[in-house]
Design a protein around this ligand. Structure first.
Ligand code: GDP
Length: 328
């Protein structure tokens, strides 16, 4: 890394986007020496973090997430806020492309002085991605961003990981059913705090209202995450800027309710515990893999496990016991 930790910290605190981006690249790096510098940086900026509202946003591809983020981001900026977007490039998992190469997504928001857009890393273990996404968020918070919008595609495990690092979870939905086909499972409904039915106009208003009714019925059967909060289902259009102020208000209402009941702090504490556990495992594993003379045993036990003859947990235990015998 060309820049010293001090230079990066000064850059972050003065809102220098180029240095913010460099710092993010540092925390995403898997190289051991970068990781050391990343730890140093994160420790220094820690006192300046924690003040943003962390928003998770999900919905199937095509639901209008990036259109929503663009309109919502501009609205928040017009309210005097600074907005950071940690976006997932839907194509990245397949072709390792980058959202920055895709000029059509959030083009206008990207031009705003008070907006910062960063694609999430596409490679590597999912949990690792979410953990460096958290660290990216720390950097954005230290840089003074008030809203951190974290986008995730409405499939698979990524929602759970994003829910684990955010304060409020927004689900963007399109009119009609067929959510099962689109990969929206009950699991997502249990996670959401606010729903936005997008692409509503005069021609489909009635259908949108029917969808809202169905959703509300479905939500009635799901125990609510927060006491005194009934998940609101709002209608609007991200493209035509309709209903966005309602969403803005609802998100803030939810955060205020959570802060009032102390749940805000409690949940953040629980989230930090989970991250601690993740990093303990990650560091132990990295340390084990680095012990040269154990590498062969590691690979052998892994091979035994993958042969499907031996139990993976037994092989893991055998290897960890060997590691501890050698290192204690
Ligand atoms: P994402 O894949 O969820 O990020 O979806 P996009 O934001 O890329 O939107 C997918 C398509 O839906 C694009 O062509 C958008 O222009 C369109 N779209 C998004 N919001 C609206 C809306 O409110 N009304 C209409 N008619 N189209 C929309």
């Amino acid at each position: 890394m060309k820049f010293s930790t001090e230079e990066l910290i000064i850059g972050i605190k003065s809102g220098n986007k180029r240095l913010i981006a460099k710092a993010i690249t540092l925390v995403e790096s898997k190289k051991a020496e970068h990781r050391l510098q990343a730890e140093e940086l994160l420790k220094e900026i820690m006192p300046f973090t924690g003040n943003a509202i962390r928003v998770g946003i999900t919905g199937v591809p095509g639901a209008g997430k990036s259109t929503f983020i663009e309109s919502f981001g501009k609205l928040a900026i017009s309210e005097g806020k600074k907005v950071a977007v940690l976006a997932i490039d839907p194509s990245s998992a397949i072709n390792k492309g980058s959202i920055l190469g895709d000029k059509t997504r959030m083009e206008e928001l990207a031009k705003e002085e008070n907006a910062f857009i960063r694609p999430s890393p596409s490679s590597g273990f999912l949990g690792g991605v979410a953990n460096t996404t958290f660290e990216t968020m720390m950097i954005c918070e230290a840089a003074g961003y008030d809203y951190i919008l974290i986008e995730t595609v409405g499939v698979g495990q990524s929602e759970v990981l994003v829910a684990d690092i955010t304060d409020v979870f927004l689900f963007i939905k399109i009119i009609g059913g067929g959510d099962e086909l689109q990969g929206i499972k009950r699991g997502i409904m249990e996670m959401v705090d606010v729903v936005f039915i997008n692409k509503v106009d005069d021609t489909n208003l009635q259908k949108a209202k029917n969808t809202r009714l169905e959703l509300k019925r479905a939500l009635d059967f799901i125990p609510s995450k927060e006491k005194n909060w009934k998940v609101p289902v709002l209608l609007g259009s991200a493209l035509e800027n309709k209903g966005l102020m309602d969403i803005y208000d609802k998100l803030n209402e939810f955060i205020n309710l959570k802060k009032h009941s102390q749940r805000f702090e409690i949940v953040r504490t629980q989230q930090a515990e989970k991250r601690f556990e993740y990093w303990v495992q990650a560091y132990i594993l990295a340390q084990m893999k680095r012990s040269g003379d154990l590498e062969e045993s590691y690979l052998q036990h892994k091979k035994n496990a993958s042969s499907l003859v031996s139990n993976p947990s037994t092989e893991a235990k055998l290897f960890v016991d060997l590691f501890l015998r050698k290192n204690l």
